[in-house]
Design a protein around this ligand. Sequence first.
Ligand SMILES: [Zn+2]
Length: 344
Amino acid sequence: MKVRRGILDIRSVKTLPFFSVITALFLVLIASCFLFNGCTALKEAQQEREARLKKKKDARHLMMEPSKSEPTVAADAQKAESEHYTLAFADDLKGHEKFDELRERRDFALSALGYMESVYDEMNAVFGFQPEHKIHVTLHAVYNGTTRVASTTTQYNYESVGNTTLKVVTGIKMDYPLAMYEKPGVRVHELTHAFTNIYFLPTWFNEGIAVLMQTEWAKGGLHPKFDSLQRNLKRNMAGENDLEDWASHGGDPKLTDWRYRYAYTIVSELRKRYGADFYIKVFRLMEADQLHNKLPSKMPTIFLVYYLSQAAGVDLVPFFTELAFNVHKLTKEEILQNINQMNR
Ligand SMILES: [Zn+2]
């Protein structure tokens, strides 16, 4: 069985320096209240401040509509299941002080699944589709020798249909060291992979979308945007954009950080130009064509640029050429011919 992986490099969740600004504004408003001899302004300022703080708190903790899903918990509470997930505790958590009592495991599982179902519903609304398979989540004390990397794996098989070989997704699993599960932004990043991995996207685009969701939707981003794509361009040995070389994780941490940031900056820039529903359109076009299932490996950037251009209604080859990607304009017929050649 072939396995494709999305792995995240993680540090701490960023918090916003709003308090100092809010406090300063509040003091100014108190001063103006006394100056203009009325306490309505003070009361309104207090209400506004409370509303702002509530909004900030909600954004940080992702408090959403409670899910309608009713999870079921196994008798020993080592496993639990809801509409879109299963949740299990790995062996290395069995002696953990937070999970060594049945009641602790049950309460945690019910709360975690309720929360993850809410995020799932929101994500479904953002993307306009959902993966076909349940997501099997395992919590670990340590995963793959670290407490700092969560991982989403989409498993698939090759199946022959007529004279074509198709990739068929067979399952999705997520592994979280406990320290990573506790970060809401990381959960959103990984869930984005669970949604978009089914399209076998280029690594840079997959990670760019995940950081976009983590940063702009969950407010938990760790990879700030660059202010200029041109000035921050890095090239590989062949003189092309280094993102073209991003196939797996690991390697030089400085380069990896640049890759996350640069990929996010591209994805964010395109959404800014072509609208909040731009990526919904892109995924709808991919879904309608079903070409991704015929690819022998990940989607090359040149195919992705075809879909981005279709969704934008503008030829985006010049945009990507300026950023040193090795792309040119293709028609759908040419893409199909290329896929047939790759599969020979
Ligand atoms: Zn990732």
